[in-house]
Design a protein around this ligand. Structure first.
Ligand code: OGA
Ligand code: MN
Length: 207
């Protein structure tokens, strides 16, 4: 069997996102890139660069481990070759999303996230009350050999009342509509690493 090409992978993701509001794809990123991103995330965690994530925005921002217990670090361009390659890949996905679904996505922001065993993120939407720019959420997982019994799934609450769990297996990408898909991160028995990001539209408050 021939390897699916990047445009096929993008098309499948986008068709699912359009028809059901979410999509999941194993082996989204090339294996070597996923491995490099995982070791970059672990390196940053070891050197103390990740810090407790907060909830809310602006002056309302607070660390609340009873809501979310992950530690994060935002990516900036030019910090590492692997991170730049990932952002380039996501920029190509952004352009394809715009061509196919006319979403008008302007940029992509993302952070590494590390959940220690037992950490979780309660059910939420990825859109702030006062900022509706986040439009499509995209999470790439960085954990080898994840087993269902280790927990740590991303649980999506679908609008027909069903639930769908995505296991945080290395190379899997989860994509969903930020403002419409309630979701949560279940606690795991092992460390859980990811690269979580958002495609954003232009804000209505921007002149
Ligand atoms: C988030 C989030 C999902 C995941 O960071 O907002 O919902 O699977 N992450 O890590
Ligand atoms: Mn979220």
């Amino acid at each position: 069997m021939t390897e699916p090409c990047q445009q096929d992978i993008f098309s499948n993701l986008i068709d699912d996102l359009d028809s059901q509001g979410w999509s999941q794809r194993a082996l989204f990123a090339p294996e070597i890139l996923t491995r490099e991103l995982a070791s970059e995330c672990r390196k940053r965690e070891r050197s103390g660069e990740l810090s407790a994530a907060s909830v809310g925005r602006g002056s309302a921002q607070q660390v609340q481990e009873g809501i979310r217990g992950d530690r994060i670090q935002w990516l900036e361009p030019g910090e590492s070759e692997a991170c730049d390659r990932y952002m380039q890949l996501m920029d190509e996905l952004r352009q394809t999303l715009n061509q196919e679904l006319f979403l008008g996505l302007e940029d992509f922001e993302c952070h590494f996230a590390c959940y220690e065993p037992g950490a979780f993120y309660l059910r939420h939407l990825d859109r702030f009350r006062d900022d509706d720019r986040r439009t499509v959420s995209a999470v790439l997982y960085l954990n080898d050999n994840w087993q269902a019994e280790q927990g740590g799934a991303l649980r999506l609450y679908l609008n027909d009342g069903r639930e769908h769990d995505v296991l945080p297996q290395a190379g899997t990408l989860a994509l969903f509509l930020s403002g419409e898909m309630p979701h949560e991160v279940l606690p795991a028995t092992r460390e859980r690493l990811s690269l979580t990001g958002w495609f954003r539209r232009r804000g209505t408050d921007v002149l």
